[in-house]
Design a protein around this ligand. Structure first.
Ligand SMILES: N[C@H](CCC[C@H](N)C(=O)O)C(=O)O
Length: 279
């Protein structure tokens, strides 16, 4: 099937985690072309450049659905920052109101445009598969690792400074046998104060540090709450310098309910992909 170019897109940023968003509700781009299109348009320098591609589609379970791809063309079950950008897109195009539901592989998530349209909050899927007591050797030092699935797999390592080699260490964690076969994202977390973290994330499927990772920030906040005796809300300073806020109810043991991720989601520019975008 030949794609019908030009294809309109919007470039959005969720605290520096950036996405190309296309309204694909008419099925303009067939499923079999999605991974290739994601790899092409997410390539920085050669194309638009982004951490992921979001193709909106209709849903019979929610106001809107999507097909979400990492920059390497892999499918991810959920994306905290991407879902916030998708909600902003859907609202600005009259596809949904300020409160909406988005169907993801990780489940239907509730979104809300809030703070005078300056922020978007998403109610995260119930975190699961907490694993404590793991450890990984990084530059010959054993680091304790805690793992949780916050929609996608997330490993959390507390560090005492923020100049750790995120790409080198992150890659080792991401591909570690502990997390085979799906692998994991890797978060390096500095406790700056009670309720304030600095989080640097190596993202699976981007295979590099991103300027922010929503599901990673949620994992860092929940594990900090459990292991560093912190209460909701927890602010996360992301690699790009922007802040995410995580709100939650911590239950007994490693269970958290009503987990919300909140932060800005900005439209950076609109554009049109030409046929050459796939060459
Ligand atoms: N790269 C992630 C998906 C995107 C998560 C991140 N961008 C977020 O904001 O949650 C993975 O494959 O697990």
């Amino acid at each position: 099937m030949v794609l019908d170019f030009p294809i309109a897109f919007e470039k959005m940023s969720g605290t520096g985690n950036d996405f190309v968003i296309i309204d694909n509700r008419e099925g303009l781009i067939p499923l079999e072309q999605h991974p290739e299109l994601a790899k092409k348009v997410c390539q920085r320098k050669f194309s638009v450049g982004a951490d992921g591609l979001i193709l909106l589609k209709n849903s019979d379970k929610a106001d809107i659905g999507w097909d979400f791809y990492n920059a390497d063309g892999s499918v991810a079950e959920m994306c905290g920052n991407g879902s916030r950008c998708a909600a902003k897109f859907a609202h600005s195009h009259g596809i949904a109101g300020k409160k909406m539901k988005l169907e993801t592989i990780a489940g239907v998530v509730e979104m809300e445009i809030c703070n005078g349209d300056q922020a978007v909050r998403v109610k995260m899927p119930q975190p699961f598969d907490f694993r404590v007591g793991l450890s990984i050797s990084l530059d010959d030092v054993e680091y304790p690792v805690t793992y949780v699935n916050t929609g996608v797999p997330q490993a959390v390592i507390f560090v005492s400074e923020d100049n750790v080699p995120v790409k080198k260490w992150g890659r080792k964690v991401r591909f570690h046998q502990l997390f085979e076969p799906k692998g994991t994202n890797a978060n390096f977390v500095q406790v700056l104060d009670k309720g304030l973290l600095k989080v640097r994330t190596y993202e699976r499927g981007v295979e590099d540090e991103t300027m922010a990772c929503g599901t990673g920030a949620v994992a860092a906040a929940l594990i900090s709450a459990m292991q560093k005796d912190m209460d909701s809300p927890i602010e996360v300073i992301t690699s790009g310098g922007e802040r995410l806020t995580i709100l939650f109810d911590l239950q007994d043991g490693p269970v958290a309910d009503n987990v919300f991720l909140q932060g800005p989601a900005k439209l950076i520019y609109t554009g049109e992909l030409t046929g050459e975008a796939l060459l």
